[in-house]
Design a protein around this ligand. Structure first.
Ligand code: GSH
Length: 214
C-alpha cells in the first residue's frame, strides 16, 4: 500500500491527505513528526535525503516528496488539474506563489507560535513581525483575486486551491486575522463544501497509522 510519511500538524502533509481523500486513493501513514525532529533524522534521510515531510513511497519503491509535486502527480488526468495548458500554468503559478510568497511566512509563524517555547520565540520577535507583514501581503494578493473569482485558477476547484487552503485555513494559528479578508473567508467555505473534504487538519479517519520508523 502507498505509504505517506508525515504528521497531522503539517499543512504540507494535509494537502496530500486532502487530495488522496478526494480521489478515493487508499494509503497508510507513518506518523513522522517534525516536533520530534524525525524528518531531519539520519534514518529518515535514507528515505528522503531532503529530510522533509510529506514523503510518499510507492509499492514499487519509488519515492516522491514536495507537496506540490505530489499534488501534480495524483491530479494529472483528473478534474483537479485542468488539461488546458494556460489553465495548468495558472494552477502552477498559484502553487509556486504558495511555496515562495505564502508558506514561508504564514506556515513558519504558525509553527513558531504553536510550538516554540516562549523564550525562544521572544528571540525571534523581529523575524515574526517581518513574516507577519509578508504573510499579510500574500493574503492581500489572494483576497484581491478571490474578490472577482470563485477559485484561484481555471474557474474551478483545483490543486491550486488545495495547496493554498492548507496554510490559509490555519493562518489564525500564526497570528493572522482572516476577518480582514472577506473574500478569503468565502473561498475557504467553498473549499470546505467540496466532496470528501477533511474539515479538521488534525482529524483522520480510515487511514492505517503506524509510528515512525514504521
Ligand atoms: N517544500 C516542501 C516543504 C516541506 C516541509 O517544510 N515540511 C516540514 C513539515 S511542514 C518538515 O518536514 N520539516 C522538518 C524539518 O525541517 O526538519 C513541501 O511543500 O513539501
Amino acid at each position: 500500500m502507498l505509504t505517506l510519511y508525515g504528521d497531522l500538524d503539517s499543512g504540507n502533509v494535509y494537502k496530500v491527505r486532502l487530495l488522496l481523500a478526494q480521489l478515493g486513493i487508499r494509503y497508510r501513514r507513518v506518523d513522522t513528526t517534525q516536533n520530534r525532529g524525525e524528518p531531519g533524522s539520519a534514518a529518515f534521510r535514507k528515505i528522503n535525503p531532503i529530510g522533509k515531510i510529506p514523503t510518499l513511497v510507492f509499492d514499487d519503491g519509488r519515492v516522491l516528496s514536495e507537496s506540490g509535486a505530489i499534488l501534480f502527480y495524483f491530479a494529472a488526468g483528473t478534474p483537479f488539474l485542468p488539461a488546458d495548458r494556460w489553465d495548468q500554468a495558472n494552477v502552477l503559478r498559484w502553487m509556486f506563489f504558495e511555496q515562495y510568497s505564502h508558506e514561508p511566512y504564514i506556515a513558519v509563524n504558525r509553527h513558531w507560535l504553536l510550538h516554540l517555547p516562549e523564550a525562544e520565540r521572544a528571540g525571534l520577535a523581529g523575524r515574526i513581525a517581518d513574516n507577519y507583514a509578508r504573510g499579510e501581503q500574500a493574503l492581500a494578493v489572494m483576497a484581491q483575486h478571490l474578490a472577482g473569482n470563485d477559485w484561484l485558477a481555471a474557474g474551478r476547484y483545483t490543486i491550486a486551491d488545495i495547496a493554498l487552503y492548507a496554510y490559509t485555513h490555519t493562518a489564525a494559528e500564526g497570528g493572522f486575522d482572516l476577518r480582514r479578508h472577506a473574500a478569503i473567508g468565502a473561498w475557504l467555505a467553498r473549499v470546505r463544501a467540496q466532496p470528501s473534504h477533511i474539515p479538521q487538519m488534525r482529524q483522520e479517519e480510515g487511514v492505517p497509522v503506524v509510528q515512525w520508523p514504521g
